[in-house]
Design a protein around this ligand. Structure first.
Ligand code: NAD
Length: 484
């Protein structure tokens, strides 16, 4: 089976911050891969705009090095690489000053899709939006793309939404949460809403609980200043884990279109109960043989910023009343693993007797690494000696079914950047969703501040603080292992 590539219409894409880490590591390699796949053709213009002084050839040389490193699968395809590099251009400008904008304006093409990617710090989102308008660069076909973090709390997110709304309509604003671009996250929707098998069981009558884990092995090195102000709650829970929770918990939208999907996600966020203080555990990693602890890295011996959060959330509606959602995320943990586990209830009665044990089905949706979906089913242990039951994974082997050329999951940015050009906002967050997520997050953080809460220390390379295990144990449950 060969995947279908439908070329997009010609476009101009301006990447503010085009020399930065995100542009070089993710956005430009994604564009290159889509060019190699034939998704867009020569004639497209990709303009990087940043403060540093480069001419276009010097910028192309920088990008050539990034492609070698971050799109190695196309190494040796020199014609494609030079075709891609020819589409690139560079403009020196400061987001907060006027010089350079007239040069940018002259390089843009009339009457075609125009996208501005804000791959810069959030303090520049407002000034950029304003200057795009001031210099007459915004056309009806214009869209802007903004990266996380989108605000620091509800007030700042509201202010940012209001600033962007002063210059652009909501249907021109693409707020990226790259988790939504992951192939398995989209597969989660396909599995839920494309099959009859799961949806009838997808409720509190049959689902015991849900676990969402996003575990990282990296620390905060290189992002100390930002992270010390953010912590795991703002950096991960308010956006990535919240989006995953929404996709698991939402009602089937009437259509797979951007507003229908986002309306349903918004209802989930609004149905979340406030989290009780005894249902949340914060942690902070300590140093060890593999490196310094959090406080050393950020240079603040009294830091109370959390590098780990585990919590129990409840979606108060008919479908989910009584089914807890356990969320956890942390840095410097034992393995890099993002997985959603849907743990079904035990069979109501075992005809095999107590010695056969209790066996609950689990549907695991792995986002990284090794994207894929596994359903654990109970079978008879092979061989003689009576009816002993074991759980085995029923692997939905996409690789086997789809053929080797299609099983390599594309990077989230490949999908998201092309969706911007296509004008499809389904996998992007709407302004009201972001605000609702902050409205749920803010009281949790305010509670920590009011109580002077100090995160529990945990060893680097562990599964997190012991209290997170207790959070589950108290409910007669346990976390699934964090496996690479
Ligand atoms: P970076 O510091 O590596 O790059 C910043 C870029 O912005 C550079 O090209 C710089 O020249 C440009 N820039 C800075 N000030 C400017 C100004 N006044 N005018 C014009 N250009 C200016 O940052 P990054 O890691 O690429 O991150 C960019 C944005 O994306 C940030 O908002 C960040 O939070 C977000 N983000 C980054 C990642 C990542 O993996 N790097 C992941 C998620 C979100």
């Amino acid at each position: 089976m060969v995947s279908r590539v439908i070329p997009v219409d010609p476009f101009d894409l301006v990447i503010f911050g085009g020399t930065g880490d995100l542009a070089q590591r993710k956005i430009l390699p994604a564009l290159f891969r889509r060019y190699c796949a034939g998704q867009w053709h020569d004639g497209v213009r990709i303009l990087a705009a940043a403060r540093s002084e480069h001419d276009s050839d010097a910028f192309r040389a920088i990008v050539a090095r990034s492609l070698a490193e971050y799109a190695p699968e196309h190494a040796g395809q020199d014609d494609l690489r030079s075709g891609f590099l020819q589409s690139l251009d560079y403009v020196q400008l400061d987001a907060g000053a006027d010089p350079g904008w007239d040069v940018l304006a002259r390089k843009l093409t009339e009457d075609r899709i125009r996208a501005f990617y804000f791959s810069v710090g959030p303090s520049l989102f407002g000034p950029l939006a304003e200057r795009i308008r001031q210099h007459g660069l915004a056309t009806p076909q214009t869209r802007i793309v903004v990266e996380k973090p989108f605000g620091h709390d509800l007030d700042s997110a509201r202010a940012l939404n209001a600033t962007l709304a002063a210059y652009f309509d909501e249907n021109q604003i693409y707020r990226i949460d790259h988790y939504l671009g992951k192939e398995t996250v989209q597969n989660l929707m396909a599995v839920r809403f494309g099959n009859m098998l799961f949806e009838p069981l997808w409720n509190s009558q049959y689902v015991d609980h849900i676990q969402i884990t996003v575990a990282e092995t990296v620390g905060v090195d290189g992002r100390e200043e930002y992270y010390e102000r953010a912590g795991a709650m703002r950096d991960m829970v308010q956006n990535h884990l919240m989006q995953l929770l929404c996709l698991i918990a939402m009602e089937p939208p009437a259509k797979f279109d951007s507003d229908a999907v986002r309306d349903e996600k918004l209802k989930v966020i609004r149905a979340l109960d406030p989290v009780q203080p005894h249902h949340i555990v914060r942690g902070q990693y300590t140093g060890g043989p593999d490196g310094p602890g959090y406080r050393e890295v950020v240079g603040n011996p009294r830091s109370t910023t959390e590098s780990y959060v585990a919590l129990r959330a409840h979606v108060s509606n008919w479908r989910w009343a009584g089914t807890p959602f356990y969320l956890r995320t942390g840095k410097r943990l034992v393995a890099r693993s993002s997985v959603i586990n849907v743990i079904f209830k035990d069979a109501p009665h075992s005809i095999f007797g107590a010695e056969a044990g209790r066996h609950a089905n689990t549907l695991s949706i792995r986002l990284q690494p090794n994207e894929g979906i596994t359903l654990k089913v109970t079978i008879k242990e092979p061989g003689q000696g009576g009816m002993r039951l074991i759980d085995v994974p029923l692997d939905m082997s996409f690789a086997e079914a789809l053929g080797p050329e299609n099983h390599q999951a594309p990077d989230a940015y490949d999908r998201l950047v092309m969706d911007v050009i296509r004008g499809n906002q389904t996998l992007f967050m709407r302004g009201d969703e972001v605000e609702a997520a902050w409205a749920w997050t803010d009281p949790i953080i305010a509670g920590w501040q009011a109580r002077g809460d100090v995160p529990k220390p945990y060893d680097s390379g562990s599964t997190g603080p012991g209290d997170a295990e207790l959070l589950m144990k108290r409910d007669g449950r346990q976390w699934q292992g964090i496996k690479p």
